[in-house]
Write a protein of this length. Structure first.
Length: 425
């Protein structure tokens, strides 16, 4: 098995351990302090960072100048206190447990509905619905990456409690986002270098001449480092085709697709853990609204990842190199990993809600950095390995104009749906 798969599994475990470490490091042996009663995050921001109403200072006719100085000192003291306060006020564990099972059920339905449709003939979903779901999922993932995850990273890294730690530079989230995209492109290159093999008789110029009739109309136009066919027409009878410097067997293509899918799933699972942690640290006054929003979030996201998993499974069993039973077990495990990720994060939030300082600089910076990395990975994968590839396949270009329109509209609706959910989650 390719070592990158193990590497990313290790990185995922390390990320989770870092979150636990940062959380436990901020447990303080003080009594729980009241903090502003609002949702833990507005765009996943810590409690007390938005819409916190502070009491108006009482006017005093005497010692006015002294009062100004006193109020200023009190404001600075209050700000420092907010960054070190512990616990969540107005918290009901029973309601949190109910919320946890709702999120678990909805996420399970979302991810396994398309998977079962690919697996069992009796549940076979019509092709037009499969295509709609596929492109709907792409829109969902792109919207999640930018509107949910990246915006969340910006909120964490621009919080007032970390401003002194990161200097006066305000675009750290964007820097990390871009670095992670470049890192993904380099990994793409390494994957190609690992699995590709030199063409047996490449020409010096890298060009070879073929009959135009042999070039299939609507052939797959590769758009990323995993495939490199470039067709240029010169005349009516012949075209010059850049010979691919690397060619892949079906087994290699399957592995490459698996790595791409692994990156996608790890990014979404990590984000779901953070979303679950957010929900587990939400006060009772905002819990119902936030639970509904997260339920839709998990449903749409689950449908997107479930469609990718099911599609990958369906293609793999058509290949002679695939082990059907082993692939199906991996499919189920992947689906369970997604559906359990948010509830696990929420359970962790419930366990530490009374002792965690969610506004400590170390906690905010850690989550912000990891969210920015996840956003970059998701953005690269969805644009390069999903949208670009799916819109350049022979099946897409040979389909009717109506089918093409359905694909476009489905993608736009998916992005819009998650954008709307982004108002609350």
């Amino acid at each position: 098995m390719f070592n990158i798969r193990k590497l990313f599994a290790i990185l995922a475990i390390i990320s989770i351990l870092l979150i636990v470490q940062a959380s436990l490091a901020n447990v303080q042996k003080t009594d729980t302090l009241d903090i502003p009663s609002n949702s833990l995050y507005k765009r996943h921001g810590p409690p007390g960072t938005h819409d916190d109403k502070k009491p108006e200072p009482k006017a005093d006719e005497h010692n006015h100048d002294h009062d100004h100085s006193s109020h200023s000192d009190e404001a600075e003291s209050a700000g420092a206190s907010n960054c070190s306060s512990v616990g969540v006020a107005d918290y009901k564990t029973v309601d949190q447990i109910k919320s946890l099972f709702i999120v678990l059920f909805v996420g399970f339905i979302g991810v396994f509905l398309p998977i079962m449709g690919y697996k069992f003939e009796s549940l076979k979903i019509p092709q037009i619905l499969l295509n709609s779901g596929k492109f709907f999922g792409m829109g969902v993932i792109l919207s999640v990456a930018i509107i949910h995850i990246y915006a969340s990273a910006v909120g964490f890294l621009s919080h007032e409690c970390v401003s002194n730690q990161l200097g006066d530079y305000e675009s750290w989230a964007g820097v990390i986002f871009i670095i992670s995209i470049f890192l993904m492109q380099f990994i793409d290159f390494l994957v190609l270098k690992k699995f590709g093999r030199p063409a047996s008789n490449p020409t010096d110029s890298g060009l070879k001449s073929v009959d135009q009739n042999s070039v299939e109309e609507g052939a797959h136009i590769h758009t990323n480092a995993l495939a490199h066919a470039h067709v240029h027409s010169h005349g009516q009878s012949q075209v010059n085709v850049y010979s691919d410097p690397y060619t892949e067997t079906e087994a290699q293509k399957t592995r490459i697709k698996s790595i791409s899918l692994l990156l996608l799933e790890l990014s979404i699972i990590f984000h779901s853990l953070v979303v679950g942690l957010t929900l587990g640290l939400t006060d009772s006054s905002s819990l119902v609204t936030f639970t509904i929003a997260i339920a839709f979030h998990q449903l749409f996201e689950g449908f997107a990842i479930g469609d990718r998993l099911g599609s990958s499974y369906a293609k793999s069993i058509e290949s002679s190199v695939a082990n059907t039973t082993k692939r199906f077990i991996r499919l189920i495990v992947s689906g369970l990993a997604y559906s359990l990720s948010a509830p696990l994060g929420q359970a962790f939030g419930i366990a530490i809600h009374s002792s965690l300082n969610v506004q400590s600089p170390s906690f905010l910076i850690l989550i912000g950095v990891l969210e920015a990395i996840s956003a970059g990975i998701l953005t690269y994968v969805v644009l390069i390995h999903m949208i670009a590839e799916e819109f350049s396949t022979k099946i897409f270009w040979n389909s009717s104009n109506f089918s093409k329109s359905v694909c476009f509209v489905s993608m736009y609706i998916g992005a819009a749906a998650m954008a709307v959910v982004g108002k609350w989650a």
